[in-house]
Ligand binder design. Structure first.
Ligand code: FAD
Length: 802
């Protein structure tokens, strides 16, 4: 097996050694600059609370695996995990509602949970004042991981299979040969390796730098204190018996240490730790700053009055990692094959992360979808020190906040703007941000269009980041025409004599069509799962423009491109811009601005042409993600403003409006167009996702083809229509048939044309047929819905083909 060096013997490094050796990769050397196994990293200080519930299905699955794995492990006869349960309490109505929502998330991801009243909270946690809480969320399988023994227990299993653990080996350099990693230099000599994994915790950026890699995480200190003995716990014989406890309204959590209580706080000011400071510190503990803890103590006395008889007796400002989006960082260095990272991982997710990374290394790809934590999910502008520090600190501040799924990040904005930004501001755009880009949700200038619309009232949660204007923009698109800024969508130029061959090999549809044709197609992974969906426009014999889902698609192309120089790959997103001009009047808007004939006969559906529009050279694609007649128009960013102005002026008399993301999303749901990463991922195949039409098995071999034939296709992405037009859901809620959870919602929205709320959901194939009655949990209440035949609007596609 390959020679693997893991840098770091914290919980992640130990768990990875176990997972690799269990899969037969037994030549594993784990190096740590500290002693074993309390090596001085974050794992050495973590109190080890494992709360599994999370909005992210991926993180919830990582946590479930950690619980399952550690729950069966012992070190010298002592369990390394205590399944004492987890209790999250609410002291405000907003939190209580959020706990009902989290109960739904737990149900969606298969974690048993229940909402309990104040009396039950106090019964579960005797120190708690029932009068201080409105209720709680109890997850019986949550618990406490003893991070150091859990690491050591896994390390011993790895050692039994042949792994080596070397203490006091500080990695000082990363060696490479023939463009691959070849080993690491340490202060005790060179260690050769075919694969190096950086699991160095918050020192990750320093170790990454040795390999020329930016590891985008910000180390921040977090206060953890323990009390003196608590009189009410006197005589405690067990280290912990009450559930681990979260009081998120005060940014606090608790666990027992025998007759003492440990208190963790996220309520203090962010305390970023610079690279220079981390270098200076051999371990991850900075001195405790009691002033920062004063409020935490006050709040703790209010929740747990029994603490009045004691005091804080010790504390640390313990350091660990925060990434810009709160997710771990996993994957291989783009420019140095063989160098991998497993960074910004909580104890909670450690075993799950180690498992998928081991699968990725040994089998070539993880078995579950990990795009949310891919090392390369960020674009270059998101890798600046300011972005990483600013967003990392924001993650710290918000860690226990009630965060709405559509809440945009607040810091370092605007960062990337399209050339249309000034015009969007003039129209009163309400912006969100994604991938560093400012994106209008809707335009206040369109508010008068919503007057007189008979729209159901949304409840306060669903009404956030929504406005009746959204429905008005959607209706204007179906009735007249609208302009959508599609600049942030990733565009990749694929050119050269090998371009067609590469695209044919990677995609499911047949893209070997004459120049001027556009093809909707999928990228599959080797297991037949959907890696991405693309529109491929053939602009010349050897020139393709690919509309993709993000930087990971370019990586995939690069990994598979021949190294003979026959294919050139370029991400053109930053230097170009795009507008979607869609609606029944789109042609009336466009034709007067160009001397080219844009009639259906001259410029048909799924065709591409180079046009001059009002003097601006554009690449026009006759495609529509909203299901209407129209074009995607791309040009140089520098010429974008003129393009916008020309189209806006020409559109005035045709009722053209600017449309935002939310209208766009509701229109695509009405048309049944899937959003990759939300509705589908590598965990699903084209048959299950309803995309078989994009697969042409007859065209010859392509990545994933053989595996696709062997898959059971036992789930379906189904279209649900909520029975009562006044109800809404947002995504990730559990779906039940006959009261039993069977699936979860992916994306949802109000369909203005159909006047109903739409939700796409993963269901077992057996119940996914039209007509099935289901319920969706919405803050604990069942919302009735029915599986519908899709798409809901224009099933024949006539509106686009005219
Ligand atoms: P670490 O444990 O930091 O291990 C990294 C190792 O790399 C270190 O041992 C270090 O010595 C070694 N290393 C670094 N550089 C080099 C080098 N150049 N050469 C050789 N070795 C090197 N998580 C939870 O899930 N639940 C909690 O309740 C929880 N509470 C926390 C409370 C506190 C106070 C802290 C500090 C953290 C808490 N965390 C919690 C977070 C959790 O502890 C970390 O996310 C996790 O332990 C990180 O594990 P790791 O293995 O990645 O890193």
């Amino acid at each position: 097996s390959p020679r693997v060096v893991v840098i770091g013997a914290g919980i992640v490094g130990c768990s990875l050694a176990d997972e690799l050796t269990a899969r037969g990769w037994t030549d594993v050397t784990v190096l740590d600059r500290g002693p074993l196994f309390a090596a001085g990293g974050s794992s050495s200080h973590a109190p080890g609370l494992v709360f599994q519930t999370n909005p992210s299905k991926m993180l919830a699955e990582f946590a479930r695996y950690t619980v399952a794995k550690l729950g069966g492990l012992e070190l010298d006869g002592e369990p390394v995990f205590r399944p004492v349960g987890g209790l999250e309490v609410a002291t405000t109505p907003e939190r209580w509602a959020d706990l009902a929502r989290r109960h739904g998330l737990a149900t969606s991801w298969g974690i048993g949970a229940r909402l309990v009243d104040p009396g039950e909270c106090a019964r579960l946690h005797p120190l708690l004042d029932p009068a201080a809480v409105l209720g709680g969320l109890h997850v019986p399988s949550d618990g406490l991981a003893h991070a150091v023994p859990a690491g050591e227990a896994q390390a011993r299993r790895a050692i039994d299979r042949g792994a080596r653990f070397l203490a006091r080996h500080r990695v000082t350099g990363v060696a490479q040969e023939h463009g691959r990693v070849s080993g690491v230099h340490t202060d005790s000599g060179f260690v050769p390796a075919d694969v190096v994994v950086c699991a160095a915790g918050f020192w990750g950026p320093d170790v990454g730098a040795l390999a020329g890699l930016t590891v985008p995480l910000q180390p921040l200190a977090h206060q953890y204190a323990t009390t003196a003995p608590v009189p009410a716990l006197a005589g405690a014989t067990r280290e912990i018996s009450a559930p681990i406890l979260r009081h998120q309204d005060a940014d606090l959590y608790y666990r027992e240490h025998g007759d003492r209580i440990g208190i963790g706080s996220y309520g203090h000011r962010p305390m970023p730790v610079t690279a220079a400071e981390t270098e200076a510190h051999e371990n991850s503990c900075l001195p405790f700053t009691p002033d920062d803890f004063a409020d935490a103590w006050k709040q703790s006395l209010a929740l747990l009055p029994g603490l009045a008889g004691t005091e804080v007796s010790a504390g640390i400002n313990g350091v660990f990692s925060f990434t810009p989006d709160g997710m771990p960082l996993l994957g291989e260095h783009r420019d140095l094959p063989g160098f991998w990272v497993a960074e910004a991982v909580w104890v909670t997710h450690s075993a799950g992360v180690a498992r998928v990374l081991a699968e990725w290394l040994v089998e070539g790809q993880p078995r579950t979808d990990v795009h949310e934590c891919d090392l390369h999910r960020f674009t270059d502008v998101q890798l600046s020190p300011e972005y990483v520090a600013g967003r990392g600190a924001q993650q710290f501040v918000e860690v226990y906040d009630v965060v709405h799924p559509l809440d945009p990040p607040a810091v370092l904005r605007p960062l990337r703007t399209s050339p249309f930004h000034p015009r969007q501001q003039e129209l009163g755009a309400v912006f969100t941000e994604a991938g560093g880009w400012e994106r209008p949700l809707w335009f206040e200038a369109n508010a008068p269009l919503a007057e007189g619309l008979d729209l159901p009232e949304r409840d306060p949660w669903a009404a956030r980041w929504w406005s009746p204007t959204v429905a008005a923009e959607a209706l204007a698109t179906r009735r007249h025409a609208a302009l959508y800024d599609i600049t942030p969508l990733t565009r990749i130029e694929v050119t050269g004599p090998g371009a067609l061959g590469l695209l044919q090999r990677l995609t499911t549809n047949d893209v070997a069509k004459p120049a001027g044709r556009v093809t909707y197609t999928l990228l599959l992974d080797a297991a037949g799962g959907i890696r991405s969906d693309l529109t491929v426009a053939r602009l010349g014999e050897q020139r393709f423009q690919v509309g993709a889902n993000g930087p990971l698609d370019l990586d995939w192309f690069r990994q598979h491109a021949p190294d003979d120089g026959s294919v050139e790959l370029r991400d053109t997103t930053a230097g170009t811009c795009g507008l979607g001009l869609w609606g029944p009047r789109a042609r009336d808007v466009l034709q007067p601005l160009t001397t080219s004939d844009v009639s259906h006969e001259a410029f048909g559906y799924f065709r591409a042409r180079e046009l001059s529009v009002g003097g601006v050279p554009v690449t026009a694609l006759r495609v529509s993600y909203v299901g209407e007649l129209g074009w995607e128009l791309y040009t140089d960013a520098a010429a974008g403003l003129r393009l916008w102005d020309q189209l806006r002026d020409a559109g005035q008399r045709h009722g053209l409006v600017a449309g935002g993301r939310r209208a766009f999303d509701s229109l695509r749901l009405e048309k049944g167009y899937r959003a990759w990463g939300v509705d589908m991922s590598t965990e699903h195949d084209p048959v299950e996702a309803g995309l078989s039409f994009a697969v042409r098995p007859g065209k010859g071999d392509f990545v994933g083809r053989a595996a696709l034939e062997r898959r059971p296709h036992d789930r379906r992405l189904a279209c649900l229509v909520l029975d009562d037009p006044a109800t809404t859901v947002l995504g990730r809620e559990p779906v039940r048939v006959g009261g039993t959870p069977v699936g979860h919602v992916t994306s949802a929205g109000f369909g203005a044309t159909v006047g109903r709320s739409i939700a796409y959901a993963w269901l077992p194939a057996s119940v996914a047929g039209p007509g099935t009655a289901v319920t969706v949990d919405w803050f604990g209440e069942p919302v009735a819905a029915t599986v519908a035949a899709e798409p809901l609007v224009d099933p024949s596609g006539a509106r686009m083909r005219c």
